[in-house]
Design a protein around this ligand. Structure first.
Ligand code: FES
Length: 574
């Protein structure tokens, strides 16, 4: 005898002839929904981060229509709902401060409503991880549709990439190699269509990780936002989520350790952002999966970077899509991946790459001609970063990956901004720039300021890279020999707080080491003398965040949000 079919969660809201069912249905009917859509079909929430203040998510209401078509076709009932939206380029002090707030919003919005499955529609740097963190804590059947990248930027007949070329152009202006008029003109050519940054920044990194983890349909990561095939993918996703509800294929069944390891490997192969580290650690924390900072080195450290996209390489994500996209990338590195990891499609992930061809060997490089061998994110440890720090070798200068030099300290971001263009700044190209006060608590929000500008006096001499160390993050579109996420951060009493100008520091990225070269006695004296900074945030979300945020090596989630609470809500509102 077949097992009795489990009653859908939504029936507790929209089923029955009692007062509560009347209230839930009646108010929904003011949108013109007929009786029969409340007949017990799966109700699918489309969790949308659409906002005109998040330009890379501004087309998501259109994409939601594609999802709805698929849900209706499969016999479901789609309902779109908004959650906070975090526009990376628009928010101060940093969108990262609000990632955990979005995750709370998503978690509670999903749990509070009578839905059976969720489509996460998002795509800017923090919207994808924030949505996944929240959804993981509820654990309904869940699938992702990403925004997709903008079309390639174009200026003066050349391709220009979001972020990456901004940093290059602004350094060129500082070096007197580019006029301000040219700089302003490039601005209009960079962002030519809806979609996320079209470099391998954090948005496409996270979309790539999502696809490699089997959390979306294949090709989701790289198809341009305006490509008709993305609308078709949204439609297919809508169909699939209804099936997932019938199969009770919950997020926790996809968020396995193997899926995370595939995500780490894919992140290395695409030359993905260091930001993926904090986000994946936070998602793993919600899902209760045993992934730690060292896994990024252990699993991804030796993986070659084969995707030749900015900031590590020269192409853009539109090119990656036409070269075969993530399925083709995964096919090239299939010997490294767990082929049997589960997916939202209900098939093993190996089906995602089966038959996928590479159509341009310069965009997706063969394994015997990678962009960089052993290019995964490296984890650094040592007396300067007892809980770890990270560096992205594929975006660094090879000659600086092992380097010793004197430190020059910026105590805060304001200190850096005030001094960096000083013609008398006492630095040489061997100096190691150190920035404090930019970690989760310090900024607050762990801003993307770790790729400090090169001091003007050195830029003018042609210096384009130096070793830089901070407790900050950096934009996924940025490049350079930049040590990030030093943990614990300076404001939490990490050893970064005690470094002084003139101290010598040794970085050995290949050996995974980062050390402050002072005597043990001096080290302990300074640590004992350290005083925590005054707590400036006395109300609202800032206070909650400051008092509960975890350090970068734990994903910078709020401590009380780690784990999950499930989807049950017993009490009615009336
Ligand atoms: Fe949203 Fe880059 S600013 S993806």
């Amino acid at each position: 005898m077949s097992e009795k079919k489990k009653e859908l969660r939504s029936r507790h809201w929209y089923g029955g002839t009692h007062k509560d069912g009347f209230i839930h249905r009646s108010w929904m009917k003011n949108q013109g929904f007929p009786d029969h859509v409340f007949d017990g079909r799966p109700i699918i929430g489309i969790c949308n981060t659409w906002s005109e203040l998040t330009p890379c998510n501004s087309h998501l209401r259109v994409l939601a229509e594609g999802v709805k078509r698929g849900v209706w076709e499969a016999g479901g009932f789609p309902v779109e709902f908004p959650v906070s939206s975090l526009g990376e380029t628009q928010m101060r002090p940093t969108a990262m401060l609000f990632r955990n707030l979005l995750a709370m919003d998503v978690e509670e919005a999903i749990r509070a409503h009578g839905i059976d499955g969720v489509v996460l529609l998002g795509g800017c740097d923090k919207t994808t991880p924030g949505q996944l963190m929240g959804a993981a804590s509820v654990d309904l059947p869940t699938i992702v549709v990403s925004s997709g990248p903008m079309l390639n930027g174009k200026w003066k007949g050349k391709d220009i990439g979001s972020g990456t070329d901004v940093w290059k152009f602004s350094e060129a202006v500082r070096a007197g190699e580019m006029s301000l008029q040219e700089f302003m003109a490039a601005e209009s050519g960079m962002s030519r269509s809806p979609g996320v940054c079209m470099t391998m920044g954090t948005a496409t990194t996270m979309a790539s990780v999502v696809e490699a983890m089997g959390l979306s349909l294949p090709t989701n990561a790289a198809l341009p936002a305006v490509d008709a095939r993305r609308m078709a993918l949204a439609h297919m996703t809508g169909k699939r989520i209804v099936e997932m509800v019938h199969e009770d294929l919950r997020l926790s069944k996809i968020l396995t350790k193997k899926n995370f390891e595939n995500g780490i490997i894919a992140n290395a192969a695409v030359g993905g952002s260091t930001n993926a580290v904090v986000h994946m650690l936070a998602i793993a924390g919600r899902a209760g999966v045993d992934i730690c900072l060292d896994d990024f080195d252990r699993v991804g450290g030796q993986v070659p970077c084969i995707v030749n996209c900015m900031p590590s390489g020269k192409y853009l994500i539109e090119d990656l899509a036409y070269a075969g996209g993530l399925p083709a990338v995964m096919n090239r590195i299939r010997h490294l991946l767990h082929p049997d990891a589960p997916t939202v499609f209900g098939v093993p992930i190996s089906k995602y790459w089966e038959g996928a061809e590479v159509y341009n060997d310069d965009v997706i490089r063969p394994l015997d001609n990678p962009l960089r061998a052993g290019a995964g994110i490296r984890v650094l440890k040592g007396n300067l970063a007892p809980n770890g720090a990270v560096i992205k070798p594929s975006a660094a200068s090879e000659r600086l990956l092992a380097h010793e030099g004197p430190a020059y300290i910026f105590e805060t971001i304001e200190d850096l901004k005030a001094k960096i263009d000083d013609p008398d700044l006492p630095v040489t190209e061997d100096t190691i720039l150190v920035l404090k006060g930019c970690g989760p608590k310090g900024y607050p929000g762990m801003a993307e300021v770790g790729n400090m500008p090169i001091p003007r006096r050195l830029v003018e001499k042609g210096v384009r890279d130096m070793v830089r160390i901070s407790d900050a993050r950096m934009s996924g579109t940025a490049f350079g020999t930049v040590v990030l996420h030093v943990s614990p951060e300076a404001n939490a009493g990490g050893p970064l707080a005690i470094v002084k100008t003139g101290d010598r520091i040794r970085l050995d990225a290949l050996r995974g080491e980062l050390n402050l070269l002072i005597s043990e006695e001096e080290f302990q004296t300074r640590m004992t003398a350290w005083q925590p900074p005054e707590q400036k945030w006395q109300r609202g979300y800032y206070k909650l965040y400051y008092e509960t945020v975890l350090q970068a090596d734990k994903g910078a989630d709020l401590d009380f949000l780690v784990g999950k609470s499930g989807s049950d809500v017993q009490r009615e509102s009336h």
